[in-house]
Design a protein around this ligand. Structure first.
Ligand code: GLN
Length: 544
């Protein structure tokens, strides 16, 4: 296929309708029909990337292999498609302006006045087409963040309008995701907000080809006809997207509604072959019919917002399905853990995960949770900051270095068991300067982590500034905390474990970014397996 086809996804009425999930679901269906598909997200905020954003703002910051700090929707794309994304898959207004301004400083605009139209819109169009022009994809789905009508989105909408015109008939289409609210007092679904939002889109010169309608109640054919008539789309192009019990149902629901069929028709692409979703359905089946249940504590400080630990929660869903077990993740705020109530807080947990994070707030609670897991033989996984806390806890309790700490928390600590990486020492800018993206790691032969991965050469994604201080390695190892994974080039410690404990692993990297439906992450699979095994052993012991 020569011409790459483009699908633009816009949002209307409100935010949080789940554009990312709809885009990922459609991409999944197209991929399952054999089309090479990728997804891109355009974010209208002025931050260059979400790396400097507090998780409370937009949820988790997702990291790609090439070290891009991106919107969490890219995580959904990878989890659904099992195809790696990169910096090109996430563009922000900040990045667009930064690049236009850099070009202006270099004199690339030949004395012209630099303006939103055409310079910003041209830059947007280029960024959209980078993926299409790579030759790697038949179809590129571009999700425009924000809601139609927002001031921030205007340049994006204008760029899409121009691009649709340039691409020509059947090479680009627009899917508008909208809300059809139910008014309980009237007992009715209301179409007016959708009509208005389609009209707003029209005012910018864009006609929606397909409407995906988020709803809490079934949309009747009558309402579909009404929406079609007033929004100028064909009736079969009005797609219902009713609330789902899991996001992984959405591709199946979209297939039943014919979203992929209509999209392919509008793109003039063959749509006779049904998508092959066998393995997807197998996963769903295992996910929905667990044979057992385990409870895992997620100890973090951004727990009020589910999206803060999105990839971790999804990784547990993948790992749960492999083990045919429901993983009930209990979020525990690390700031609310104290020495007097730790037993109560940890009661009923079959496994403990200490989450990634930044800064001092809540770390003592994390350290207490590590200690609880270590002393009570509860399977433990520490991720990034969680691994660092495990090292600090061990140094304090087992080595007796009472003041052991990370220099992130206490710059002049007596025992800096975690300290700033050498290459980080001169860095003053906050944005995009951490150790980011995929790095090789060598696992020690015969270690638990080697067994979990089933190989010794791995590559995992990073996002941190601090590291295990090798000056303390031999003392920690003698006392029983082993370093079992290393960066082969720098010797940085990437994995620690405690062999005398049933299952205790801390990793400096983020395994959660790489878990997908098709390829669940071995660390999560191994962790859940260990948690389940230990729970069953305990149940058997108490019955005996
Ligand atoms: N704050 C720690 C560091 O920068 C851990 C980062 C994280 O958990 N992602 O090293």
């Amino acid at each position: 296929m020569s011409q790459t086809k483009y699908i633009f996804v816009t949002g209307g009425v409100t935010s949080s309708l789940g554009k990312g999930i709809i885009a990922a679901s459609l991409a999944k269906l197209l991929q399952a029909r054999g089309y090479r598909t990728t997804i891109q997200k355009l974010d209208p905020y002025i931050n260059v990337d979400p790396g400097t954003l507090n998780p409370y703002e937009h949820g988790e910051c997702y990291v790609t292999d090439d070290g891009a700090e991106t919107d969490l929707d890219l995580g959904h794309y990878e989890r659904f498609l099992n195809v790696r994304t990169s910096q090109a898959n996430n563009v922000t207004t900040g990045r667009i302006y930064q690049s236009v301004i850099e070009k202006e400083r270099k004199g690339e605009f030949l004395g012209k006045t630099v303006q939103v139209v055409p310079h910003i819109t041209n830059e947007i169009k280029e960024r959209i087409q980078i993926l299409g022009n790579s030759g790697d994809y038949d179809i590129v789905i571009t999700e425009i963040g924000g809601t139609v009508g927002d001031i921030e989105s205007l340049p994006y909408i204008e760029a899409v309008r121009q691009l649709l015109w340039e691409l020509g008939e059947n090479n680009g289409i627009v899917i508008h995701l909208t809300l059809v609210p139910f008014l309980s007092a009237a007992g009715e679904l209301k179409t007016k907000p959708t009509q208005h939002s389609v009209k707003t889109l029209m005012e910018s010169g864009i006609k929606a080809d397909i409407l995906v309608c988020r709803t809490e109640h079934e949309i009747s054919e009558d309402i579909k006809r009404k929406l079609a008539l007033f929004c100028n789309v064909r009736q079969e192009a009005v797609i219902q997207s009713i609330d789902a019990s899991t996001i992984y149902d959405v591709p199946i629901m979209m297939q039943e509604e014919g979203l992929d069929t209509v999209a392919l028709e509008k793109l003039a692409l063959p749509n006779e072959n049904e998508p092959n979703l066998d393995s997807w359905k197998q996963f769903l089946n295992r996910h929905k019919n667990p044979k057992n249940k385990v409870t895992i504590g997620l100890i973090g400080k951004y727990v009020e917002l589910q999206d803060s630990y999105k990839s971790i929660l999804e990784s547990f869903i993948h790992a749960g399905a492999v083990n045919e077990v429901k993983v009930d993740v209990r979020s525990i705020h690390s700031e609310h853990i104290s020495a007097s109530d730790i037993d109560k807080k940890m009661m009923g947990l079959d496994g403990i995960l200490v989450a990634p994070g930044f800064g001092e707030r809540g770390i003592e609670g994390k350290i207490m949770a590590v200690r609880y897991a270590r002393e009570n033989d509860i399977p433990f996984l520490g991720i990034c900051l969680g691994m660092q806390m495990a090292v600090i806890e061990f140094a304090r309790t087992v080595l007796g270095l009472e003041n052991a700490n990370s220099t992130e928390m206490e710059a002049n600590t007596e025992d800096p068991v975690i300290n700033l990486m050498e290459e980080q020492k001169q860095i003053t800018n906050m944005g995009g300067t951490m150790r980011l993206g995929a790095w090789d790691c060598q696992l020690q032969e015969g270690s638990l982590v080697h067994e979990v991965y089933g190989k010794t050469e791995i590559s995992e994604r990073h996002r941190h500034r601090f590291e295990f201080n090798n000056a303390y390695k031999s003392r920690l190892e003698e006392a029983g905390l082993k370093a079992t994974g290393f960066n082969p080039k720098t010797g940085l410690v990437e994995v620690i474990e405690i062999p005398s404990h049933p299952w205790f692993i801390g990793v400096q990297y983020h395994p959660e970014y790489k878990s997908t439906v098709a390829d669940p992450h071995p660390l999560f699979v191994g962790f859940v397996k260990a948690v389940l095994a230990q729970k069953q052993q305990q149940t058997n012991a108490s019955l005996a």
